[in-house]
Write a protein that binds this ligand. Structure first.
Ligand code: GLU
Ligand code: ZN
Length: 295
């Protein structure tokens, strides 16, 4: 068996239905993988049961299928990976690279989300405490394929961050790094809202001796007034009858020059056209794109 040189993935969180912004991210990662004959995996990031919307997992899979997406292998769920996360967490803790934090929300007010380090040397036990990773006083940088150079000083701009919450739930930052490595992901294509999570993930990869994937952050689709898409603003639902026009809109928002004849194509035919014509250099080099500009 040969190791494919490209493995991509789409990793939705089932806190709600897919919206147009998720479609843009899914489409970009799918086309970027398939245009070079790469693998494309699907991972359900169901780390947070209290915030999961009942039925969302099934609705996400259904929408992806109706829009013509085909993924390789079995769907993976983070809810089935707790043992792997726990092992790494225990190791980081016993090595002193992570520590237990018992600070209340109130104690942390007024620090702009940057942990002031109160529990760094307190030696609390893991029980009934959040677990934080010590970060180095260093700047991490990488070159994003669309957004260019991105740098962040972990100590000054992020601080020691939570890898397991006090209620026992594992944090996205830890799970995503372990799963991408476990699944052999070489290329991460996702929304630009995660650009500033990347240096934390680079640090975890370095700490755990994992290889660093390539990154491509696509513009985040925002409301016409510039706010994030959310429940209060109705982004077009990913209904089956709108598959072709919404896929075409998503392609155009990724800067691809669609052809008029595609309006009568099936979703699968639009994806196949996208695979053949994909050019990541055309993606707008911006962090956000307002939905209204796409019409
Ligand atoms: N689960 C994350 C989200 O839905 C995406 C994680 C990632 O692509 O790294 O925003
Ligand atoms: Zn603390």
């Amino acid at each position: 068996m040969t190791t494919p040189s490209y493995t991509g993935r789409f990793a939705p969180t089932p806190s709600g239905h897919l919206h147009f912004g998720s479609l843009v991210a899914a489409l970009a990662s799918y086309l970027d993988a398939r245009s070079v004959g790469g693998r494309w995996l699907l991972r359900m990031e169901d780390l947070d049961p209290p915030r999961e919307m009942p039925g969302a997992q099934a609705a996400i899979l259904d929408a992806l299928e109706r829009y013509g997406f085909e993924w390789d292998g079995e769907l993976n769920r983070q809810s089935e990976r707790h043992e792997a996360y726990a092992q790494v967490l225990d190791r980081l803790f016993s090595q002193g690279l992570a520590y237990a934090c018992t600070c209340s929300r109130k104690q942390l007010e007024g620090y702009n989300g940057i942990y002031p380090g109160f529990c760094r040397n307190a030696g609390h036990s893991m029980e009934n405490a959040a677990i934080r990773l010590r970060v180095p006083e260093l700047e991490y940088e990488f070159k994003d394929r669309v957004q260019g150079e991105f740098r962040q000083h972990l100590g000054r701009e992020v601080g020691d961050f939570v890898i397991r919450r006090r209620d026992g739930l594992y944090a996205y930052q830890l799970a995503v790094v372990l799963d991408d490595a476990w699944q052999g992901v070489t290329d991460i294509v996702r929304g630009a809202d995660l650009l500033d999570s990347t240096p934390r993930q680079l640090y975890l990869q370095e700490l755990l001796g994992l290889s660093q994937p390539r990154y491509l952050h696509v513009p985040l689709i925002v409301q016409p007034d510039g706010h994030k898409l959310g429940k209060s603003y109705r982004s077009p639902p990913l209904t089956a009858d709108q598959a072709t026009p919404l896929l075409l809109r998503a392609l155009r928002s990724l800067g691809q020059n669609t052809e008029d004849s595609l309006e009568h194509a099936s979703p699968r035919e639009v994806l196949d056209w996208g695979i053949t014509h994909w050019n990541a250099d055309l993606i707008p080099h911006t962090l956000t794109l307002a939905e209204a500009q796409l019409r």
